[in-house]
Design a binder for this molecule. Structure first.
Ligand code: 5GP
Ligand code: ZN
Length: 194
């Protein structure tokens, strides 16, 4: 995008303090940092929000978030991080190119937690809200019952495998005992003192 500052950082039209780059993603220091090491991770392609990003790119973005968080942790030794996305203008997104903020936190820095960005408690009950959201679940997502069934099957398989392993071990021990008995007999016949 012509006007997007982050696309311009990707194409090197404007400078940035880049800390990490790969084929799909870029990480650079925020020009107006909230804390030392405040970094932004972006996909190289101009995509406004996570809802516009394909799963593979999203995976790459979050892999970079993890890598860069580790790099900052080693370099600056913060006590924690706030890692988040301002999604949409209402949530404070000013640059319409997906970016994940990594904000290092230090004990006593007087910052707040992500839940503090708004205090707007719902007027509806949680169960009403839950049902509204659940009605938009994607079909390919497994239902919790299905997941439970899969887990049960997995557990049963595991028990069976353990039983089989136990039996195999027992028959190995039996064979060893037989072998020892045979050897004892042979030794007796030969009258070799033990
Ligand atoms: P948003 O409010 O969209 O989540 O945050 C955008 C962030 O990008 C801000 O924290 C701002 O300081 C940072 N930012 C905006 N333009 C530039 C730029 O040209 N270079 C760098 N390094 N950061 C920028
Ligand atoms: Zn862009």
């Amino acid at each position: 995008m012509d006007q997007c500052p982050f696309c311009k950082i990707v194409s090197r039209e404007i400078p940035a303090d880049i800390v990490y780059e790969d084929e799909f993603t870029l990480a650079f220091l925020d020009a107006n940092p909230s804390a030392p090491g405040h970094t932004l991770v972006i996909p190289k392609r101009h995509l406004p929000t996570i809802l516009d990003v394909d799963d593979e790119t999203l995976k790459r973005v979050f892999q970079t978030v993890k890598k860069v968080t580790e790099m900052i942790k080693n370099a600056l030794q913060p006590d924690g991080f706030n890692i988040g996305i301002n999604h949409g203008e209402a949530a404070g997104q000013r640059v319409p190119h997906l970016h994940v903020h990594i904000i290092p936190r230090f004990n006593g820095d007087k910052g707040a937690m992500v839940q503090m960005v708004v205090r707007n408690p719902p007027t509806e009950s949680l169960s009403v809200i839950r049902e509204k959201i659940k009605s938009y679940a994607f079909e390919e997502d497994s239902e919790p019952e299905e997941i439970e069934e899969e887990l049960e099957e997995y557990e049963e398989e595991k028990v069976k495998e353990e039983e089989k392993e136990g039996e195999e071990e027992k028959s190995e021990n039996d064979e060893e005992e037989k072998l020892l008995e045979e050897m004892e007999k042979i030794l007796k016949k030969m009258q070799v003192p033990r």
